[in-house]
Design a protein around this ligand. Structure first.
Ligand code: CMP
Length: 152
């Protein structure tokens, strides 16, 4: 089992798309083991986007990600990091394939609705930034035996 940090960004919250996006993950039988509505502070933004802080677009990115609440989610499943990245589509909504979340709902590079961890190392780092261990509620999914075979 793998985990990914997913953020429904301020544009997703403001556009009332939270339910639609969460439904896509639920429809795929991805488990949600933690979730909260919260505000990203400038300090948290700098930690989350540490690799982008020096880039020219960072000030705009920080202004955007702190401008309204986000929904932070820990998603869990087999190969979930890759699966969610593929469900999101290309970073720029204008380039994202139809059928992907960004392809269906976003027409922007910055306002691309959802963030998801891009690898195992990023996932561990990002989950620790947003959630304490106590906030993660792992549970036995009653759907498990109907979503994949035992040897998958
Ligand atoms: P995300 O997957 O959250 O990771 C970094 C974010 O920075 C990205 O989504 C976009 O929202 C934003 N981003 C990436 N590249 C650019 C860019 N060239 N200009 C503006 N924003 C960008």
């Amino acid at each position: 089992m793998e985990r990914s940090l997913v953020l429904l960004k301020p544009d997703c919250v403001q556009r009332r798309l939270m339910g639609k996006i969460i439904s896509r993950f639920e429809d795929k039988a991805i488990e949600i083991v933690a979730m909260k509505l919260m505000r990203v502070t400038p300090d948290l933004a700098k930690q989350h986007y540490a690799e982008h802080v020096e880039k020219p677009f960072y000030p705009g990115l920080e202004e955007f990600i702190t401008a309204a609440p986000v929904v932070a989610i820990v998603a869990q499943g087999l190969d979930v990091i890759r699966v969610i990245r593929e469900m999101l589509g290309a970073t720029n909504g204008l380039n994202a394939a139809p059928g992907t979340i960004r392809g269906d709902f976003s027409s922007s590079r910055q306002m691309n609705l959802v963030h998801a961890s891009d690898g195992a190392e990023a996932s561990a780092r990002e989950i620790a930034l947003y959630f304490s261990d106590e906030e993660i509620c792992d549970f036995d999914s009653c759907l498990e035996s109907w979503c994949r075979a035992g040897d998958e």
